[in-house]
Structures are given as structure tokens and as C-alpha cells.
Write a protein that binds this ligand. Structure first.
Ligand SMILES: Nc1ncnc2c1ncn2[C@@H]1O[C@H](COP(=O)(O)OP(=O)(O)OP(=O)(O)O)[C@@H](O)[C@H]1O
Ligand SMILES: [Mg+2]
Length: 404
């Protein structure tokens, strides 16, 4: 018994150490990146004045392959919302009119078609280009590309994949399509790069994630309204009227990002910038890691591997930063708030996520799913998020106490 409890203690100690080491190594990587070159000037992303909204929409033709055209009204024919009354609705939502200007995200049809191709197309090369060496840029035989994520720790691919499906459940379409693949599988998909895979020392039984490669991405810094010195995003924030069109459209997507990172407890974006403020006063002005922008002000949420699995393991260390980040947002996309409310009322986030994951991902069993404790944490965070939205409604909404 005593041996069992000392073994248990040793195990708990080891888990704590490995969690701390992982967090520390990510922070070291961040510091190293900052050391490698001079930091970009704050707010280096060029801003478009509202008047040039037509220019904002004038993106290279390649973009249309990525973001399916919405069709319908041509946005530039309608006036872009400028006043608080036009930008927001019911005190806590971005207006439908503002949202109608959002560039389309990675739609479901696009995702389905991409996954089908990614699972069957032979990989003809693997090279650097997707971050650290365990992430490789794969080129398929048709010339299209994907970032391959090989998890040194299986939690990484699991976190990446389950975060992707949670975003789908929430109707957040800023994540590029993802498919799982078995590197040593029976098919011929990896045959042409077998030597390279061996050179990378990837296990033949590894399940990797493939994420659609997106061209022409640029860096994104945290908007001033979301930095700690600001009073945050809410329907009485007069600074919203001073935003450029592109800036406002980014803020709409940032509100989804903050909700998403809160639910998944992903510390590797805004929360880690907040944490770094302790020794780096300019941390919030630097580019946000794992967040990039495609042409047309569409934010792309990349590298979600810290979400749900690892993020929950190190929750105690990060929760105050997650809460501080969430507290800065009292404006939401109505559709996202509605999904959160549904998941809260039904209390079935685990079942819905599992159903979607099983339906869309043939390798779901090989990678595994959330443990019961992780599923409970997710449901609890959905409840906390729903409570936060209700608090915002009580503070800023017209119908205090009304439903979503
Ligand atoms: N799907 C993608 N499409 C285009 N570029 C990508 C994609 N995924 C990753 N990249 C590029 O690779 C970089 C690193 O990606 P990622 O964050 O997944 O890896 P990482 O090893 O964690 O790197 P970092 O430490 O810089 O975050 C991104 O900043 C981006 O430039
Ligand atoms: Mg990263």
C-alpha cells in the first residue's frame, strides 16, 4: 500500500514536472523568437481606412479558392456600419450587418472536399516550413500542400484534432481543415517519403494531423482594445467607432477566438502574451503566436495543439490569464453565443463532440478522445462562458435576464 502510494506520488510529481517543462519550453521558444530579431514595430499591420473598404475586398484571385464566395449582395454596394448603434445589437452582439461583411471562413463543403483529397493523395515531399522540426510541410502529388503535425507527445495531435472539431461544433470557421493520417498505414500515401520519415525518426504507428496549408498569411498583433490597459470590447466602447473596417472585422473574429481559447484553455496565444508581461512590457504589442491573417482580414487560428488536453492539464497555472482574457470581451457573435447556450442547456458537449469526431474522422479510434474528467472540464467551462455572456447581458443588454 505504502509502495503504491509512493509510486502514485512519484507519478503525480513526474506529470507535474513534465507539464511545467512543456510550458517552460514553449515560453523559451517564444523568448528565443524574440531574441532572433528585432521585434516588429507595434501595430505594424497596415490599417485600411473605412473609406477604402473596396480595397479591403480586392484580394488576389487565389483567395477565392480558399474562401468560397458568399454570393448574394455585393458588400461594397452597402454602407459599412460606423456608429455604435450600427456596429452592435441588443447590447452584447455584433450586428448582423457588420457580420455580413466578414470574409467567408473555411466552409464545411470546402473542409469535406479537402479532407477527402488529403486522405488519399500521395505525399511527394516533406520539408521544413511549418514551424519546429516535428511539423513538416507536405506536398501532395497534385501540388497542394499541408502542414503535418507529428506529436512528440500524443496529446499534441489529440489537442489539435479535438480543438478543430470543437470549433466546428461552435460554428467557428477560422481553422483550416484538418485530417488525421497514419504514417505507416497500409496504403501508398506515404511511400514516396518513406526515407524522409525514417530520417525524421517518426514512429511508423504515429497518427499525424494534416492541416490545409494557407498561402499569403501575415502576422497579427493584439488589437489595442483587447490589451489590459483598455476597458475591453463592449457595446458602449466608443473607440469602436474609430476602427477601420478591417480592424472591426478582425475584432469580431477576436471575440470568437477568445471564447474558443477560453473553452479549450489554450494558453499558447493571448494568455501567454499576458503572462509574458511580467518581464516583457511590450508583450501585448507583439505578434500573437499561432494566429495569422489571410488576405481580406480573415483571421486563421493555427496550432491549437495546447487546447483541451494539455491546456486542461496545466489549467491551474493558467486559469487566471484565461479569465482575464475572457473578462475583456462583452461582445459576441450571436451565432456563437447561441451554440454556447445550447451546449450549456443540453449539457451534452462530450456526446456531440464525440459524434462529430467519429462521423468525420475515420482514425478517431486510433487517436482516442477526451477522458471523462476532460469532458467534465469542457462542460464546466461552457457553463462558465454562458454565465459570462449572461453577466454581460445584465450589464450592457437591453433585456436583462432574457434568453439568447
Ligand atoms: N496551415 C498552415 N498554412 C500556412 N502556414 C502555416 C500553417 N501552419 C503553420 N504555418 C506556418 O508555420 C508557422 C509555425 O506553425 P505552428 O505554430 O503550427 O508550429 P510551431 O512549431 O508551434 O511554431 P511556433 O513556435 O512558431 O508557433 C506558422 O506561424 C505559419 O507561418
Ligand atoms: Mg505554434
Amino acid at each position: 500500500m505504502r509502495a503504491a502510494s509512493s509510486n502514485l506520488l512519484a507519478l503525480v510529481f513526474l506529470c507535474t514536472c513534465s507539464g511545467a517543462l512543456y510550458v517552460w519550453s514553449r515560453l523559451e521558444e517564444r523568448l528565443e523568437r524574440h531574441r532572433r530579431g528585432p521585434p516588429p514595430p507595434p501595430d505594424s499591420v497596415p490599417e485600411l481606412p473605412a473609406k477604402t473598404f473596396r480595397a479591403l475586398l480586392a484580394v488576389p484571385p487565389a483567395r477565392s479558392a480558399l474562401f468560397n464566395a458568399t454570393g448574394g449582395n455585393r458588400p461594397e454596394a452597402r454602407p459599412f456600419p460606423r456608429t455604435l448603434g450600427e456596429i452592435t445589437e441588443d447590447g452584447v452582439y455584433w450586428s448582423g450587418r457588420l457580420e455580413s461583411f466578414l470574409p467567408p471562413g473555411f466552409g464545411e463543403d470546402h473542409g469535406r472536399a479537402w479532407r477527402r483529397r488529403a486522405r488519399s493523395s500521395p505525399v511527394v515531399s516533406l520539408e521544413p516550413g511549418c514551424g519546429r522540426v516535428s511539423n513538416q510541410l507536405a506536398t501532395f502529388s497534385d501540388g497542394s500542400r499541408a502542414c503535418v503535425r507529428y506529436g512528440i507527445d500524443p496529446d499534441q495531435v489529440q489537442g489539435e484534432a479535438l480543438s478543430y472539431y470543437l470549433a466546428a461544433l461552435l460554428g467557428i470557421s477560422n481553422l483550416p481543415p484538418l485530417a488525421l493520417s497514419l504514417v505507416g498505414g497500409a496504403g501508398q500515401q506515404w511511400a514516396a517519403v518513406r526515407r524522409r520519415v525514417e530520417g525524421l525518426q517518426w514512429s511508423g504507428r504515429a497518427v499525424v494531423s494534416l492541416t490545409e496549408w494557407v498561402a499569403n498569411l501575415t502576422a497579427v498583433a493584439t488589437p489595442a482594445l483587447l490589451r489590459p490597459e483598455s476597458r475591453g470590447l463592449n457595446a458602449r466602447q466608443a473607440d469602436l467607432e474609430n476602427q477601420t473596417a478591417a480592424g472591426l472585422l478582425r475584432l469580431v473574429q477576436w471575440s470568437d477566438l477568445i471564447l474558443f481559447d477560453y473553452l479549450t484553455a489554450n494558453f499558447d496565444r493571448l494568455a501567454s502574451n499576458l503572462f509574458s508581461l511580467q518581464w516583457d512590457a511590450a508583450a501585448m504589442r507583439r505578434d500573437t503566436s499561432n494566429l495569422l491573417q489571410a488576405p481580406g482580414a480573415r483571421l486563421v487560428f493555427l496550432d491549437n495543439e495546447a487546447g483541451l488536453v494539455h491546456g486542461y492539464r496545466v489549467l491551474d497555472a493558467w486559469e487566471r490569464y484565461h479569465r482575464a482574457t475572457l473578462a475583456s470581451v462583452c461582445l459576441f457573435r450571436r451565432a456563437t453565443a447561441r451554440r454556447v447556450a445550447e451546449l450549456h442547456r443540453a449539457g451534452d458537449a462530450r456526446a456531440r463532440l464525440l459524434e462529430l469526431y467519429r462521423r468525420r474522422e475515420p482514425l478517431h479510434a486510433a487517436l482516442g478522445f477526451l477522458s471523462d474528467a476532460q469532458a467534465r472540464t469542457l462542460q464546466r467551462r461552457i457553463g462558465a462562458l454562458h454565465g459570462h455572456i449572461a453577466d454581460c447581458r445584465a450589464k450592457y443588454g437591453r433585456d436583462a435576464g432574457g434568453g439568447v
